[in-house]
Structure formats: structure tokens, C-alpha cells
Design a protein around this ligand. Structure first.
Ligand code: PMP
Ligand code: GLN
Length: 382
């Protein structure tokens, strides 16, 4: 069979989680919480199920949930999206992103990704027949290089994918970055796919710079988010896309034949739960505590800490560790770390098309404090 994705294997997250399970390692690899969500959210699902809300919802999502999303975006980012025509509930951000791409990218169109980038983007573009244009974020700081981005834009550029807070580097785009992107795209027809799944995890009092805040970006943007991240329910696979009506209409043409629609009782539960903004308003402090706990422990080791401004990731440079394995390629180092030290991590090289290796690995700190402490005890040996 001629593969549609000849260069794709099993995702690094699946590989490292399987290895962590097999070896009994503390799993700081794949990004997901090891603690439960708010029991009130589980009760809300049960309530919806018992109320008989178990059949297909409307194709773009349960109206009450779209209303709640619309209100949240308006309250936080000051832009109104019409619940009826501009918000669509998706099966996680993963489906949102591939549907954005399939509904807008024609064969031969170029799509810019900023490397390192989340692993689904490139195969998504390839499945649409698009041409992947890779622009590196600045090595070392992972900041956007607008000269390089500008140089990558051609008449064939259909879209650019931006992710802030950023997986894997944990950097956060600033207002100046968003303004520069807005200026750069102003004379073009380039669409923006704005992956904002970590929108509620920004630390040290910084704001999340949603594309929704910037009129020139919002007019061309699909804004993507995920309830999995916000409410500690990654396995529920529910997210959303907010986009101007014309873009949302194209999105829905594909969405209806992709998944048609998304889990009904969970949508009702999320709608009810969103009435209280407190859970997502508390999230930055909740994760900042975990970040600080984890960083304080790592600061006592020979891992070199990179900044973690947002998301639930912490990257570290391994080149000054005391062990000879520090010289292994990142991917091999992560295998060794999992098997021999008992802590799973993700190599940053997995987020680059050419496997660029800068001796940096990513840990996820969305874990119980005791899990982080136990990982730190093991890492202290390095
Ligand atoms: N984008 C980024 C940057 C992510 O980290 C993730 C989650 N790993 C996703 C998209 C996918 O989100 P979901 O689980 O809602 O499909
Ligand atoms: N987004 C998660 C991460 O970066 C993993 C999601 C997945 O396994 N596909 O770790």
C-alpha cells in the first residue's frame, strides 16, 4: 500500500507513555494530569446523561456551550463571536486543527509552521496536499523571528500556525509579537490557525495574548482551544474553534463529515460548569505552584532550566549532567532516563522535521505534588 504518511510512525507521546508504563517510571512525558478533575464536573455529566441528553446534539455543538464559550472569549479577550455562526465545538483541539487545515488548504498551498511545533501539524498539512514551510523559532530562546517568517511568505501561502503558550518550549507570545504578526499579515490573505490550548496557563501575571484581542488577526483567525487542558480532562476530547462566520462556515462543511458532532452529555456538563469562571481563573496560580515546586527541585541538579512562562511544560538542557549519557541524542537520553532513572521525558527533537537535537528535553508538571517530588528524588541522582 502506498502510504499517505510514509514518514510517520507512532507519536512520541504514545511511545514514551508505553515505555513509562512498561518500566514503572514516573511519567513526566506525555502531557496530561495524573489527578482527577473537579467531581462537580463528573456529576454534571451524569446529570446530563440521566436527563436523557444522550442523542446527537446540533452539528456545531450544544447551543448553551457555544453561548458559554462566546461569553468567556468576550469577557477575557474583548471580542464577540456569535454562538450561532462563529463557534464550533470539536473533538479536542486535534480535530479542530486538522479540520481547519482540510477546510482551507488546497493541494499545493503552503502552510507555515514555526519549529519546534506540535506533532500533528505537519502530517495534517500533508494529508491536505499542502506544502509544509518550516520556519525555526530562534534557537535558545524560542522567540519568533519575524524576518524569517516574512521571508517565508509567498503568494502561495495559505496559512500560518501559531501556538501560544507554546508546546514544547513553554514560551508565551507578547503583545509586541502579536502586533508584529498582525502587521506582517496585513497586506496578505494568509489565514491564522491560532493554537491556544494552554490559554489559561500563563504565569507570573502575564496575560494570554489571544489572537481574538487583535482585530487584524481575529479577522483571519481560527482560534483553537481545548477543555481537556483547562478542566483536567484530556481524555474527554472536547475543544472548540472560534472564527469569523465565513471561515466557520467552511470549517463546518468539513466538520460535519469529519465527526458530524461531539459527545452530547459532556457538552451539556461543560456548559453548566462554565457558568462559574473561577476554575479557569484559578488555573494560572494552580499550575504556577507546580511549576515553582518542580523548578526549585531541578535547580538543585545539573539540569539547566529554560524559562517556563506558560503551558504545563518545563524544558531542561541536559548537556552539563554528570553522567556520560548526557552526550546521547535526546531521544536515546529520554529512553535511558525512563529505563534507568525512572522518569519519562520527551525529546525536543521530536518537534522538528529534521530531528534537530539541542540537548533539551521536556517534562510535564501537570502532576500531583507528590508525583513531582518523587520524580525530583530520582532526578537528583544526575
Ligand atoms: N495543540 C497543542 C499545542 C497541544 O499540546 C495539544 C495537546 N497535546 C493539542 C493541540 C491537542 O489537544 P486535544 O487533546 O484537545 O486534542
Ligand atoms: N499534547 C500532549 C503533549 O504534548 C500529548 C497529546 C497526545 O498524546 N497526542 O504531551
Amino acid at each position: 500500500l502506498a502510504s499517505r504518511l510514509p514518514n510517520v510512525g507512532t507519536t512520541i507521546f504514545t511511545v514514551m507513555s508505553a515505555l513509562a508504563t512498561e518500566t514503572g517510571a514516573v511519567n513526566l512525558g506525555q502531557g496530561f494530569p495524573d489527578f482527577n478533575c473537579d467531581p462537580a464536573l463528573v456529576d454534571a455529566v451524569s446529570t446530563a446523561m440521566q436527563a436523557g441528553l444522550n442523542q446527537y446534539p446540533p452539528m456545531p455543538g450544544v447551543p448553551a456551550l457555544r453561548e458559554a464559550i462566546s461569553k468567556k472569549i468576550e469577557a477575557l479577550y474583548g471580542r464577540h463571536y456569535a454562538a450561532g455562526s462563529e463557534i464550533t465545538v470539536t473533538a479536542g483541539a486535534t480535530q479542530a486543527i486538522i479540520t481547519c487545515i482540510l477546510s482551507t488548504v488546497h493541494p499545493g498551498d503552503e502552510v507555515i509552521v514555526l519549529e519546534p511545533c506540535y506533532d500533528s501539524y505537519v502530517p495534517n498539512i500533508e494529508l491536505a496536499g499542502g506544502v509544509v514551510v518550516r520556519v525555526p523559532l530562534t534557537p535558545g530562546t524560542f522567540r519568533p523571528d519575524f524576518d524569517k517568517i516574512a521571508a517565508a511568505i509567498t503568494p502561495k501561502t495559505r496559512a500560518i500556525i501559531v501556538n501560544t503558550p507554546h508546546n514544547p518550549s513553554a514560551t508565551v507570545w507578547k503583545r509586541e509579537d502579536m502586533l508584529q504578526l498582525q502587521d506582517l499579515l496585513a497586506p496578505t490573505n494568509v489565514l491564522l490557525i491560532s493554537d491556544e490550548v494552554y490559554e489559561h496557563m500563563v504565569f507570573d501575571g502575564q496575560p494570554h495574548e489571544s489572537a481574538a484581542r487583535y482585530p487584524g488577526l481575529a479577522a483571519r483567525a481560527f482560534i483553537v482551544s481545548s477543555f481537556g487542558k483547562t478542566y483536567h480532562v484530556t481524555g474527554w476530547k472536547v475543544g472548540f474553534v472560534a472564527a469569523p462566520a465565513a471561515l466557520s462556515a467552511e470549517f463546518r462543511k468539513v466538520h460535519q463529515f469529519n465527526v458530524f458532532t461531539v459527545n452530547t452529555p459532556v457538552q451539556h456538563a461543560l456548559a453548566a460548569y462554565m457558568a462559574n469562571p473561577q476554575p479557569y481563573l484559578d488555573l494560572p496560580a494552580f499550575y504556577q505552584h507546580k511549576r515553582d515546586l518542580f523548578r526549585a527541585g531541578l535547580a538543585k541538579t545539573r539540569f539547566k532550566l529554560l524559562p517556563s512562562e506558560g503551558s504545563y511544560f518545563q524544558c531542561v538542557d541536559i548537556s552539563e549532567l554528570a553522567v556520560p549519557e548526557r552526550s546521547l541524542p535526546e531521544a536515546d537520553f529520554c529512553q535511558w532516563l525512563t529505563r534507568e532513572i525512572g522518569v519519562a521525558a520527551i525529546p525536543l527533537s521530536a518537534f522538528y522535521g529534521n530531528g534537530f537535537d539541542q540537548h533539551v528535553v521536556r517534562f510535564c508538571f501537570a502532576k500531583k505534588d507528590e508525583t513531582l517530588v518523587s520524580a525530583l528524588e530520582r532526578l537528583a541522582r544526575l
